[in-house]
Design a protein around this ligand. Structure first.
Ligand SMILES: Nc1ncnc2c1ncn2[C@@H]1O[C@H](COP(=O)(O)OP(=O)(O)O)[C@@H](O)[C@H]1O
Ligand SMILES: [Mg+2]
Length: 375
């Protein structure tokens, strides 16, 4: 831990060494001759210093861009904050339409209703599908809570006004997002690159809140589930810093297997670049023909995925539970999510997601406690 801080201070100092030397040389002289020089010269010095700093910074950024270096590691990321509770899970795949949002919502319902956990969902996707899926139609004022979260310079005193409760699922809160999130993300990212953005590093703002014990205890969260967009946005980068585990839903088709290997490789590289600390929990087969076992062409795809896991994420597993392709799981307009349906469909959905939740908990070392025995 202390090594990380030393490395970070070292990187920050060496990035700005020129400016520091100029200041170290001139500031004592200014202090010494302050009376003789007077205040106006000090003001001029401050201006020159600001100009020098901008110039230095501009050249550094220009070099970085010209060399086509990845922008997310333009600055060394600050060390990870200590965080033990709640555990955090991010549902991620750089491919869209693979069931990430559907899985995040139903998994949250299972954790809350079956295993009595308090859940915080964070919708990281500006398309706001998770928010739409779970928010009351009349509750649109809260439509972009994530923009607030990302814009904070320091953590708020309380989270109550900054999360929205999901009225259909007791025990679940959501940080909503909406289309305007893309602008927040782009603004923040550019301000950070140009060194205009004050406050904590923009890549670590969600981490800052989730590692605040007082805020997490206030709402009693046991688990945080983040639903990622299919790209490496500012929100995704925040999630990668803040998450303990990553769950990757994938269709079991040949076309989907290659991107999995690529993504696992990218995640490994990226982990070092931003000093992240996550584990890959595993891949879950989504929109499959059956719910218990792979069949037909899916067998080949699942073997390819297992090979990729063995190579790039040996700690991860291929989940036993599959999420079958069923119209009622895909939630036709105005219907509730699968987990909340009544009748046979709802029963099947609950069996699927309760089983998946058990596997997820085992992988995250969360213990389900008494709820199963009580059934
Ligand atoms: N298991 C499933 N069976 C049928 N349709 C599904 C299933 N999961 C998701 N869908 C539908 O597929 C589309 C994409 O799902 P979504 O969960 O939004 O994926 P992602 O978040 O990966 O983009 C949505 O229209 C959703 O309703
Ligand atoms: Mg989605």
């Amino acid at each position: 831990m202390i090594d990380d801080w030393i490395a970070w201070v070292y990187a920050t100092v060496s990035e700005n060494i020129g400016i520091i030397i100029v200041n170290a040389a001139i500031l004592p002289l200014l202090a010494l001759f302050r009376r003789v020089i007077g205040r106006s010269i000090k003001a001029v010095f401050d201006w020159v210093n600001a100009a020098l700093f901008s110039f230095h910074h501009h050249l550094r950024l220009r070099r970085h861009v010209r060399n086509k270096q990845p922008l997310w590691d333009y600055r060394k990321a600050p060390p990870q904050r200590k965080r033990s509770h709640p555990k955090t899970l991010t549902v991620m795949n750089f491919k869209g339409g693979v069931g990430k949002t559907t899985i995040a919502a139903n998994l949250a319902a299972s954790f809350a209703l079956k295993y009595d956990k308090r859940v915080l969902l964070i919708d990281l996707d500006y398309q706001g599908s998770l928010s739409d899926l779970l928010q009351d139609a009349q509750n649109t004022d809260d439509a972009n809570l994530l923009s607030e979260w990302l814009s904070w310079k320091k953590v708020p005193a309380s989270l109550s006004d900054h999360v929205s409760t999901v009225s259909s699922i007791e025990g679940v809160d959501i940080v909503t997002s909406a289309y305007a999130l893309t602008e927040t993300e782009e603004n923040l990212f550019q301000r950070w690159l140009l060194n205009y953005e004050e406050g904590p590093d923009v890549r670590t703002r969600i981490e800052l809140i989730l590692s605040n014990q007082k805020l997490m205890q206030e709402r009693g969260y046991d688990i945080v589930i983040m639903d990622a967009p299919p790209r490496l946005s500012l929100s995704s980068v925040n999630a990668l810093r803040a998450t303990d585990h990553i769950l990757i839903p994938s269709k079991l088709q040949e076309l989907s297997t290659k991107p999995i290997a690529q993504m696992l490789r990218n995640l490994r590289e990226f982990q070092e670049r931003i000093d992240a600390n996550f584990k890959i929990s595993g891949v879950i087969g989504s929109m499959t023909q059956k719910e218990k076992q792979v069949s037909g062409n899916e067998t080949f795809a699942s073997e390819r995925i297992k090979e990729a896991l063995a190579e790039y994420a040996p700690e991860a597993k291929f989940y036993r539970q599959l999420i079958p392709n069923r119209v009622w799981l895909g939630r036709p307009p105005s219907a509730p999510i699968g987990y909340l349906l009544s009748g046979h469909d709802g029963q099947v959905a609950r069996e699927i997601f309760d089983q998946l939740a058990l596997e997820v908990m085992a992988s995250m070392e969360i213990y389900p406690e008494m709820q199963i025995a009580a059934e």
